[in-house]
Design a protein. Structure first.
Length: 664
């Protein structure tokens, strides 16, 4: 016999009859946690294979976040589906934090006996020995601790099995009952017990990690005019309008002191004028660094009041987390070794050749003193958590080490599981996916550059189906201070309405940058995606009720999002056929039966008409039967019939329909 051949005394050989495999959901075989929102069902599946004819039992074993350090496991049943030859079950994720789960399996000795004796009795075979074997198992069960009525039930079943005066069916009747099996299955040893190892992780986050409308604003532009630097008190006054528009999160760019040396001027000019505020991403001056606020905005106490005021309005403040420094940051004085030192002894500023960012110095995360550097970066988050901030938009995370983010996010979540991180990483697809795996709650996407029907359908299908949907949540920002797409530059007001409708209904997460509601669309020069007079380098004073604004449309869309659960999930999207390539058709199914069908004209400059191919089976509609649809954008109703229905969309009148399937 080969020396590695498993014999009866080989450790673990008692498991050889059973194999648990293909456990799902799992991300990279459990290397990373899949993500869910609190209240979600976790659907678990596994293959359980047995090399005997024994009856198999299986269950989910899981631990809640608060029980990770204890030995206490909870269990949920798994059911066998013969059609797929797979075991499936669910658990309700009712607590935020880090969960773990696995699947356990064993052979059910008593159920195996029951199945065999039923078959033999039905075939008229002699079962004398089998009856005695069943009685012996019940004796073994009776030795375990149980309630009096349960012991009495087992005693009656055992005595019937031993009764030689009764016929076979009568002797076996009680022992074959479900109550007896339930007791035996629970109390007999789990034969050939095995479990999937290692356990698989699940990261459960609060609702706003998966459903929220974001609004980006610069507090310094909230002053009474374009010449007066705004304060936190001024910004508080702006929050009421944003709350009325139906947003959930207000994201503010860095609020820290801005560097003076190498400060950029208007439109990214290399030299700043005496009144230019500079880029807020050039962090740090004599007033402090990442744990200070720009004195022109106010004080830390006034910032805390700003955060509390937002919370009273139902809003949450998200803070920019930009790990970089201006030449005036205190870290340059106290820790010059935390930066990249060039051959001539100077410190390297940021570059993306041929672009130069002389006002920003990147950090060297692999410097010799990296332990202190990493801890200092963590302390920044802790500082702002203590001041009421639980959401962070992380600037350019793809330019920092993956290992740093995995360490930081895991470390923060251990003490603050409610904290949300949004990755602002416009980079190659795989690094974006890796950041999501490492723990970022949300991610910026390529949505801004997906404008045709085929581009949108292909990209959103990737984001909303497995495996990506298990770990990456795309936040569909329609614009940013850095991104003004050509579609918005040339499409006028209808283009802004189109992108609003798409972003807000294709994903439960979307965002707009201040000025979108005014349809601001002037680039710094033709062919550029940068705004003219960019707010990154100067103050911007806006008149919010200016002609042509789309505030009413934004408020209506956000109200619909809150009213229909179909728009609050990212795993229920499907695209459908339209005969015109400029029209995008998609549906989102609601857990409450409120199913939605969207039809959007992607051409902001011309009317288009088409036959919409309604997915009758998906929407649970009968063939060639009339049904009513209600446009949630206007309140209009129409009666449609069958799978083909006519639609005409003129962007000067309406850019699309958001249809509810009426089921009254």
């Amino acid at each position: 016999m080969p020396p590695d051949f498993p014999g009866p005394n080989t450790p673990g050989s008692e498991h050889y009859h059973l194999v648990v495999s293909a456990l799902s959901p799992a991300l990279d075989s459990g290397r990373y946690a899949i993500k869910r929102i609190v209240g979600d069902e976790l659907v678990v599946g596994a293959d359980v294979l047995c090399d005997t004819l024994d009856v198999v039992s299986a269950r989910i074993a899981f631990r809640r976040p608060l029980l990770q350090s204890s030995g206490d496991w909870e269990f949920a049943s798994l059911a066998y589906d013969q059609a797929t030859d797979r075991w499936n079950g669910t658990i309700i994720l009712d607590t935020i934090g880090h969960w773990v789960f696995t699947v356990e399996a064993w052979t059910d000795e008593f159920a195996t006996w029951q199945r065999a004796i039923r078959a033999k009795i039905s075939a008229g075979q002699d079962v004398t020995l089998e009856l005695a074997e069943g009685a012996a198992m019940l004796v073994q069960v009776q030795e375990r601790e149980m309630e009096h009525h349960q012991r009495a039930l087992l005693q009656r079943a055992r005595m019937q099995l031993a009764s030689v005066d009764a016929d076979t069916n009568t002797r076996a009747e009680l022992a074959l009952s479900e109550p007896v099996h339930a007791l035996a299955a629970r109390l007999l040893p789990q034969k050939h017990f095995t479990r999937w190892e290692p356990v698989l992780p699940v990261r459960v986050e609060r609702v706003r990690a998966g459903f929220a409308a974001w609004y980006e604003m610069f507090p310094r532009s909230c002053g009474p005019n374009e010449h007066t630097h705004g304060t936190f008190r001024n910004a508080e006054l702006a929050l009421a309008r944003i709350a009325k528009l139906g947003f959930d999160v207000v994201y503010v760019p860095p609020i820290h002191p801005v560097g003076v040396r190498a400060r950029k001027g208007r439109n990214n000019a290399p030299l700043a004028g005496p009144d230019d505020p500079g880029s807020p991403w050039a962090i740090g001056n004599e007033h402090g660094g990442h744990t200070a606020v720009d004195p022109r905005l106010g004080t830390i106490r006034e910032f805390e009041h700003f955060v509390a005021h937002a919370r009273n309005l139902g809003l949450e403040i998200a803070l920019d987390y930009a790990l970089q420094c201006s030449p005036d940051h205190p870290w340059l004085r106290d820790h010059p070794d935390w930066f990249f030192v060039r051959h001539d002894g100077s410190i390297q500023y940021a570059e993306n050749p041929p672009k130069k960012y002389q006002d920003i110095y990147p950090l060297n995360f692999w410097c010799k003193d990296r332990v202190q550097l990493w801890q200092a970066c963590r302390d920044i988050i802790e500082f702002w958590i203590d001041r009421g901030v639980s959401i962070y938009r992380v600037d350019n995370p793809h330019t920092k080490p993956f290992s740093f983010w995995e360490w930081l996010i895991r470390n923060i979540h251990a003490d603050h599981p409610h904290v949300i991180f949004l990755a602002e990483a416009f980079t190659r697809p795989k690094p974006m996916l890796e950041l999501a795996k490492l723990g970022f709650s949300q991610s910026y996407t390529y949505f801004t550059w997906r404008n045709t029907a085929s581009e949108l359908a292909t990209y959103l299908e990737q984001l909303t189906t497995c495996p990506i949907v298990d770990f990456m949540r795309g936040n569909l920002f329609v614009n940013t201070p850095d991104i003004l797409h050509e579609y918005l530059q040339t499409g006028g007001r209808p283009a802004f309405c189109v992108r609003l409708l798409l972003a807000a209904t294709l994903s439960p997460l979307y965002g707009v940058y201040s000025g979108f509601e005014l349809c601001e669309n002037m680039p710094v020069h033709p062919g550029s995606e940068e705004y003219l007079d960019s707010e990154k380098y100067q103050l911007r004073h806006r008149v919010w009720d200016a002609s042509g604004n789309i505030q009413r449309e934004i408020a209506a869309i956000n109200h619909i999002r809150r009213s229909y659960p179909a728009l609050q999930r990212n795993d229920n999207l499907a695209f459908h056929v339209a005969d015109d390539q400029h029209i995008l058709v998609y549906s989102k199914l609601g857990p409450d039966g409120q199913d939605l069908l969207a039809v959007v004209n992607l051409d902001p400059l011309a009317a288009h008409e088409t036959m919409v191919h309604v997915p009758l089976e998906r929407l649970n509609l009968g063939p060639d039967r009339p049904f009513t649809v209600e446009d949630l954008l206007t309140g209009e109703r129409w009666v449609w019939r069958g799978s083909l229905n006519y639609v005409r969309l003129d962007p000067n009148e309406r850019i699309g329909h958001l249809l509810r399937i009426v089921r009254e």
